[in-house]
Design a protein around this ligand. Structure first.
Ligand code: KIV
Ligand code: ZN
Length: 387
């Protein structure tokens, strides 16, 4: 059975860049946009052009630069935002306007002091207006995660009638459980008239640590676009991490879903974004964290040395990491120590290893990690003893 394509919509430069401390200048945004294009993302959300002259300029420059990906600009559901976005995107080979409005009762009441019917009218007008500039219009129903499904279906229907090509169903507050989010996408697939004219998109936030799970379950239930960021950056606890969803589909071929991403670039991409944004990646971050392929307990190390697949489901080379690493700590065993001695040029016998291991433990109990310099010192002391 042929796999179905999931479009990857990268919003590192919009939702990701909104994070305090992650602000980038245009030059840095251009470096990231060019790399994202090379990585194989289908859509780059380049910014929110009306938000500042700097963001307008960046979206405009990114539009000129990007060769393959669609370039998208965010707007609220009003004419001025859409005018400004259309202007910023005018050089893009494949421009997309991303417009929308809050649809949950809480947004309708507290943000807009409005009614459900008026929100549908505003959504319709915004999509129709955006359509006068570009063919490709994505509509977002902000806080769709907390919007009741029946009303959400009516909003989506109106957006499609007005010409939307993509319907974004954001779990803006990261509230949904995977089962609930999956059911929402399924409900829309089955109940929105004209749904075959548009694709559904997942935009999940990570407030409960469920963003990746929700996006994957959304795709399983029929969404064909996932909005995500490098390293999972984004408002509050962040967005779905691009590297995670890409590798879920790669590792679970049984899902029959695939992306266009060159996974071998994931590690380099993560480091580039982290360096430019000055936002370190947590060491235990899935796929791209420093410890994602590091083994430190004796039991695991012994298994990995015998066969990597005993404790690794991903070949590090597939995400651009040179090799798995064996970290020496007081929890390491003899096989890891022998392996590391061999790596630095010492082939030790079993008897020698018994002795060296006791010397190693003395140091390991005093330090977080035993490094090659420590091993060399142990070996020098051992050589003196033997002579
Ligand atoms: O989280 C969200 O709802 C958003 C929209 C603006 C798409 O970022
Ligand atoms: Zn968001």
């Amino acid at each position: 059975m042929n796999s179905e394509k999931i479009e990857i919509f990268d919003t590192t430069l919009r939702d990701g860049e909104q994070v305090p401390g992650c602000k980038l200048n245009t030059e840095q945004k251009l470096i990231i946009a060019e790399k994202l294009d090379e990585l194989g993302v289908d859509i780059i959300e380049a910014g929110f052009p009306v938000s500042s002259p700097g963001d307008f300029h960046a979206v405009s420059e990114i539009s000129k630069l990007v060769k393959d990906a669609k370039v998208c600009g965010l707007t609220r559901a009003n004419k001025n935002d859409i005018d400004v976005a259309a202007e910023a995107l005018k050089y893009a080979k494949r421009p997309r306007i991303h417009t929308g409005i809050g649809t949950s009762d809480s947004h309708i009441k507290f943000k807009f002091n409005s009614t459900r019917e008026t929100i549908i009218e505003r959504a319709t007008e915004a999509v129709k207006y955006a359509k006068t500039f570009v063919e490709d219009v994505e509509f977002y129903a902000e806080d769709a995660g907390r919007t009741d499904n029946e009303y959400l279906a009516r909003v989506c229907e109106a957006a499609i009638k007005a010409g939307a090509t993509v319907l974004n169903i954001p779990d803006t507050t990261g509230y949904c459980l995977p089962e609930e989010y999956g059911a929402k996408i399924k409900y829309l697939k089955e109940n929105v008239k004209g749904i075959e004219k548009a694709i559904l998109s997942c935009h999940c936030h990570n407030d409960l640590g469920l963003a990746t799970a929700n996006s994957v379950v959304g795709a399983i239930n029929g969404a064909r676009q996932i909005e995500c960021t490098i390293n999972g950056l984004g408002e509050r606890a962040g967005n779905t991490a691009l590297e995670e969803v890409v590798m879920v589909f790669r590792q679970h071929k049984d899902l029959n879903l695939q992306t266009n991403i060159n996974s071998k670039m994931l590690n380099e991409m993560s480091q580039l974004v982290s360096d430019l944004m000055g936002m370190p990646v947590q060491p235990n971050k899935a796929i791209v964290g420093a410890n994602a392929f590091a083994h430190s307990s004796g039991i695991h190390q012994d298994g990995v040395i015998k066969n990597r697949e005993t404790y690794e489901i991903i070949d590090p080379a597939d995400v651009g990491v040179n090799a798995s690493s064996i970290i020496l700590t007081a929890r390491s065993g003899r096989s890891a120590l022998a392996y590391r001695f061999k790596n630095i040029g010492f082939d030790v016998t079993k008897n020698e290893l018994d002795y060296l291991y006791q010397e190693f433990l003395k140091i390991a109990d005093l330090k977080k990690e035993v490094v090659n310099d420590d091993l060399n010192l142990i070996m020098e002391a051992f050589a003196r003893k033997v002579v």
